[in-house]
Design a binder for this molecule. Structure first.
Ligand SMILES: [Ca+2]
Ligand SMILES: [Ca+2]
Length: 152
């Protein structure tokens, strides 16, 4: 989780009541999905992060917006950054738009992720890496054991 844009999106998804403030409950619920969520919970979570318009459709422009961070990475190399991102958008759209209507619906996204779980984070890293889970888990257990067990 390093991309500022994605971090901002994560916050918006975890902030369920949209009051720009994370309540304890929202925070714990968000962490619970990130750390121990089921496939469906995590898949839905990622989709919400990527669904910038919030209307359950991810369009080409949104994919472009999400992948724009790559431009900075490409600038040092001898590649035209905008062109490189457009190519990447095409590749990702091809992988995620299962029914080929030009829009990534939640159904498209689910099917694509079922075929390849790595696609869940294809538009930006928004989950906690396995190797980091244990550390977060330990902190959570020390800080808020009761709240976590209630959600479980
Ligand atoms: Ca809130
Ligand atoms: Ca589609």
């Amino acid at each position: 989780m390093t991309d500022d844009f994605i971090i901002d999106r994560l916050f918006r998804v975890i902030d369920i009541r949209y009051d720009l403030d994370l309540s304890e409950r929202e925070f714990i619920k968000g962490l619970h999905i990130l750390l121990r969520g089921t496939f469906d919970q995590q898949m839905n979570f990622c989709y919400k992060v990527y669904d910038l318009s919030g209307i359950k459709m991810i369009r080409r422009e949104e994919i472009y917006q999400l992948l724009k961070g790559c431009m900075n990475a490409c600038q040092e190399e001898d590649i035209h950054p905008q062109e490189a991102v457009r190519d990447l958008v095409d590749i990702i759209l091809k992988m995620l738009d299962i029914d080929k209507d030009g829009i990534i619906s939640i159904e498209d996204f689910r099917k694509a992720c079922q075929q390849n779980k790595l696609l869940m984070e294809s538009l930006g890293f928004c989950l906690v890496a396995d190797r980091e889970k244990l550390a977060y888990d330990r902190i959570l257990r020390m800080q808020i054991p009761k709240e976590i067990s209630k959600i479980n």
